[in-house]
Design a protein around this ligand. Sequence first.
Ligand SMILES: *Cc1c(COP(=O)(O)O)cnc(C)c1O
Length: 232
Amino acid sequence: MEISERAASVLERIRSAALAAGRDPQEIILVAASKMNDASRVREAFEAGVTVFGENRVQEMLEKNAQNAYAGAQLHFIGHLQRNKVRQVVGLAGLIHSADSLELIREIDRCAEKRGLCQDLLLEINIGGEASKSGFSPDQLPSVLEAAAAFSHVSVRGLMAIPPACEKPSENIPFFEAMRQLFVDNRGKKYDNVSMDLLSMGMSGDFEAAIACGSNMVRIGSALFGPRNYNT
Ligand SMILES: *Cc1c(COP(=O)(O)O)cnc(C)c1O
């Protein structure tokens, strides 16, 4: 199947999932997870109406950006970010989904200040409490928000989560619901530099369930680009 057909189908599925949940389809932002898809495939997705791309490796993002892969589109960083690579991402990615430690946020703030800009980010939550995953635990969130409020060159826009791998999308519903609850609970509190309007959750296998649970940003790779080839 062509990327354009896949994109049309994903956009339609997002629309249906939103309507089924009684939500406005326009509130759901599609982020194309374009890892391992080259600049020309990113352009194909852009031509098909995809306007936001998320990369998860800094080097790959820089290479594709140098090839103008994201011209006219928005670029997000969605992968694990090492502190020593922060300066290459700040300002280039409009949103960093994966702020997973205060040390990382401090470094993002420092680089953003140097560049004279304010970097939007999401706090990554390890909602399944998995040892193999990074992210804050749900009970750390209030203190993290309080600490983040002191960084004047970052803006915390919301939360992101990758629930544990599962067989059926419905198995993730409790994690998505826990995320929604966390999002809503912390949304009402007022902190400086925190706006809490984005909830990034849902991937190819489970985005409809995520939308039903309140996600307003889905990160979709294989359903858009086809299966990734890890052998090349
Ligand atoms: C690859 C990736 C996705 C998308 O995964 P698919 O299952 O291919 O949709 C979403 N989020 C992150 C952080 C990713 O690295």
